[in-house]
Design a protein around this ligand. Structure first.
Ligand SMILES: [Zn+2]
Ligand SMILES: [Zn+2]
Length: 620
């Protein structure tokens, strides 16, 4: 296992001038500069920084031959060894990044001269270094986002942070820049070493290699932030897809925008599950219902079938009590006629488990609405009560069963468990057909079948350990006739919570556990507010949320096979900035500390538009 230290970014002065020349000539020979200049052609006119970022470099590296990449690495002082191409692309990209970082430190002629560059190249390198400094600033410094700015203000203003004390969600966003950051943060300042080395930049999806391409079930993260949507993350929303179904779990503000950016088709959504009524999980619901309505209408028109929407299968919406009033009120009061037809199934009596942590319980909402078919609601919405274990049985349809259990959060909240039925093994038609066809008539007589083809149905029933005898005495085992049985998959979507104890029995053995991890503790960044991790965990718990370590502990408890972290505080940005990605990988490592999931893709800190395939597995 390769240990990748953040400190590998420290600059090696011995190689500095070589690297710079190499980078300079390599970029000069490509369309690197052209492709990255401002597309509107007003570069420099308003003082805007041109953006020669390294994403283009990564793409270019991927397009190069192996020998070319090795040569380039050697020129920059790297050691290609026997690594494969994707590893070399990543390493070479890092060396380029070092070069860029070096360039950033050369801010004028004197600096360039100091490293011993030849006289005639000083000017060129100075210009290059200035451009690269801008590059590195662009790469590691994105403090201008609106949400970031507002959060910073909040952090500096105790009055807005509530009662004069700092609240977790008011922590300022992490800054990527060393020069502008309030923390003075540099890459090394995270103070952690990473367990796994991941591809990054535009390449970050390639950490899954071919695994992503094969499954008939997947989840797509449409929003991965808590609290407020930002430039780099939407708020909670996950799409779950099988070959026949598309469901949404939570629907935070702007989910309709996230849906349109994704490969998930709005018109295919048939069910929406809401864990709790907080806005970062529900404010997107009216908009998404309208988007589904509109998309469905457009598809029908395109297909020449304009049947009325009353005939359409309604979208089934599930959530704790109050969700029906919320939908009715927003849809009816906004006179939304394009809203898809829907019906709401409420989970009744969801217990409020966090009472002792809340000094002033909010008053119970008192909003009473009525059924109004004009705005798309259909009859049939159910009230679902918990069983003696506190579990809600939502439905069983086809191969999928959905149950829910309460979460411990600052408002009534549930988590959902989607279970797929086990399936018997598929008939090995290609292998057994020639043998069976030879004996078909005799077999039909033996089993009293009028239609000889029905013999294949008999074969499907063979149980493990049983034998099937052919008229010539040949014996077939279940293994000869059937593929191994497939174990049904289980996917758990937790709501906001500080413990999973109430859903543990339903969630055990999950193939995928989607768990919130709102706050993390970095010694170098957070010790001024929380002197140790335990203090942050206590505060996070009191707010009804989790840390990566808490999520890891729960994954371990239920023996989950994969843990996907989401619902990150807005301070953890979800873009492809290397610093921000390293922060997220470090967060994955924090969850690794408390569970036995150690491989690099067993734990994933989700980013928006990430799709994770859930492969079917043989019985184990
Ligand atoms: Zn939330
Ligand atoms: Zn919440």
């Amino acid at each position: 296992m390769m240990m990748l230290s953040i400190r590998t970014f420290s600059f090696h002065s011995v190689r500095r001038s070589n690297q710079l020349r190499c980078l300079s000539s390599w970029q000069g020979s490509s369309n690197f500069r052209r492709s990255n200049s401002n597309s509107n052609g007003d570069e420099g006119s308003d003082g805007a920084v041109p953006t020669p970022g390294l994403d283009g470099a990564l793409r270019r590296l991927e397009g190069m031959r192996l020998a070319e990449i090795k040569e380039l690495m050697r020129k920059m002082g790297g050691k290609p060894g026997n690594k494969n191409k994707s590893e070399l692309v990543v390493e070479c990209h890092m060396l380029l990044l070092q070069s860029t970082s070096a360039a950033a430190k050369l801010s004028g002629k004197a600096a360039a001269a100091a490293v011993g560059a030849e006289e005639e190249k000083v000017e060129e390198e100075t210009a290059q270094s200035q451009q690269q400094q801008q590059s590195i600033e662009t790469l590691f410094q994105r403090p201008g986002g609106a949400s970031g700015a507002s959060l910073s203000r909040k952090a500096g203003n105790p009055a807005s942070a509530g009662g004069g004390s700092m609240r977790i969600r008011d922590l300022p966003p992490l800054q990527s820049s060393s020069s502008n950051s309030s923390h003075g943060v540099e890459l090394a300042d995270l103070g952690v070493e990473l367990t796994h080395k991941h591809p990054y930049g535009v390449n970050r999806n390639s950490r899954f290699n071919t695994e992503q391409e094969t499954a008939d079930m997947d989840v797509t993260f449409l929003g991965t932030a808590s609290c407020v949507p930002s430039i780099s993350r939407g708020v909670s929303c996950v799409a779950f897809r099988t070959q026949s179904e598309t469901w949404l779990f939570d629907c935070g503000e702007a989910s309709q925008l996230q849906l349109q950016k994704s490969r998930v088709r709005a018109s295919k959504i048939t069910k929406i599950f809401i864990t709790h009524s907080h806005g970062d999980h529900s404010f997107g619901l009216p908009g998404v219902l309208c988007l589904i309505g509109q998309a469905t209408q457009e598809e029908r028109q395109a297909a020449g079938n304009e049947a009325s929407k009353e005939e359409a299968q309604p979208i089934d919406i599930y959530g704790p009590e109050g969700i029906r009033d919320f939908i009715r009120a927003t849809i009816q009061l906004s006179y939304s006629r394009v809203c898809a037809s829907f019906r709401v199934h409420e989970l009744k009596n969801v217990p409020y488990l966090h009472g002792r942590f809340v000094r002033f319980a909010p008053p119970v909402p008192n909003v009473k609405t009525r059924f109004e078919a004009h705005y798309g609601e259909q009859e049939g919405g159910r009230s679902i009560y918990p069983d003696e274990n506190g579990h809600y049985h939502l439905f069983e349809e086809g191969e999928l069963t959905v149950k829910a259990a309460p979460m411990q959060h600052t408002v009534p909240c549930v988590g959902f468990v989607v279970s797929e039925a086990n399936r018997v093994g598929r008939l090995k038609v290609e292998e057994i057909q020639p043998i069976i066809e030879k004996h078909k008539t005799a077999l039909a007589t033996k089993y009293g079948l009028r239609d000889a083809n029905k013999i294949y149905g008999v074969l499907k029933q063979i149980k493990s350990g049983e034998k099937f005898e052919l008229p010539d005495g040949t014996e077939l085992n279940a293994d000869d006739v059937l593929d191994p049985p497939r174990r049904g998959r289980k996917v758990v979507f937790m709501g906001d919570t500080c413990t999973g104890e109430h859903i543990a029995s339903l969630a055990t053995g999950a193939d995928v556990l989607v768990h919130e991890a709102t706050n993390a503790w970095f010694r170098k960044l957070d010790s001024d507010r929380y002197s140790d991790y335990k203090k942050l965990e206590r505060d996070t718990f009191a707010h009804g949320h989790s840390t990566p370590q808490m999520a890891g502990r729960f994954a371990h408890l239920i023996k989950a096979k994969r843990l996907i972290l989401t619902h990150f505080s807005p301070r953890y940005r979800g873009d492809e900035d290397l610093y921000n990605m390293r922060t997220m990988w470090a967060i994955e490592d924090m969850a690794r500390q408390t569970c036995s999931l150690k491989r690099k893709n067993d734990i994933i800190a989700a980013w928006d538009q990430l799709t994770i395939a859930i492969s079917s597995r043989v019985e184990d």
